[in-house]
Design a protein around this ligand. Sequence first.
Ligand SMILES: [Zn+2]
Length: 348
Amino acid sequence: MRAVTVTPGVANSLRLIDDQPEPAAEEGAILVEALAVGICGTDHEIISGEYGEAPPGADRLVIGHESLGRVLEDPTGTLQPGDLVAGIVRYPDPEPCPNCAVGEWDMCRNGLYTEHGIKALHGFARDRWRIQPRFAVGLDPALTKVGVLLEPTSVVAKAWDHIERIGHRAEWQPQTVLVTGAGPIGLLAALLATQRGLAVHVLDRATEGPKPELVAALGATYHTVPVNDLPFEPDVVVECTGAPTVVIDVMCKAAPTGIVCLAGVSSGGRSIDFDAGALNRALVLENNVVFGSVNANRRHWDLAAQSLTRADQGWLTSLITRRVPVAGYAEAYTAGPDDIKVVLDFAS
Ligand SMILES: [Zn+2]
């Protein structure tokens, strides 16, 4: 069968192969026919050879961690043939650490977890894949076109879950949210903020392309000014750019008792000059919280599925700016200027 693969650690080794073996029974009881695979920055980093790890004994890694498929068979009866399903990306470490031991593999302490399409497990960019029932998330049939957005939505569902847990350390009545970065993660973070009834502001550099319209369609306000020029202090910030100056600026901009969730991964290696003492003083005197958030556990995937079901389906569809048939995989994995989310289409 077809699979999109890389040789981990080797730049530009991306290949579509047609002799990938059928998924092994030990990968899971549920056999799934792939419908779509979403592409994100992690895939581009794997393709450029920065990281990625093939399963033990394999030379090549099937990539793809944002999945949507249709169940072909499930002898456990957890799902029915024909059900829409997405596969959870991360499997808990085998040791396990205290967090993995209770199903919070998103909070893994020892880094021994594995991840589909990234770290020691084949991904979902193949015609058929298998998944264990506890890592299979069933989706409403109405999500056939947009269910591939479940993985990035799970990431922001976790971010919001943790924001709310932190908020409830004391009396908490947030009103304004600032999301920095209007890529897929930022836009989905903004969606979940609107679903909470908050006043949502999204900041990005782009003045053209689909981003301003997508933000407006959420009923949110779009900004292209520097963070320091925004005319309000946000109660919550979800930082999705990873850009060092933006990261520092939002920490300084947050309102008293504000919560700053850092969800963008920086590449590092770039120094900026800032007054660490003044930042510390502001954080202490205003009871602010800054925290990092990555990945998601089963509970967040289920919350994400609920959020997608409640969202405007037309808006979700417009996040997917390109759908590319598998045969055109090279084009799919080449970033375009107006891309929000690019999807590799296995159904066509
Ligand atoms: Zn762990």
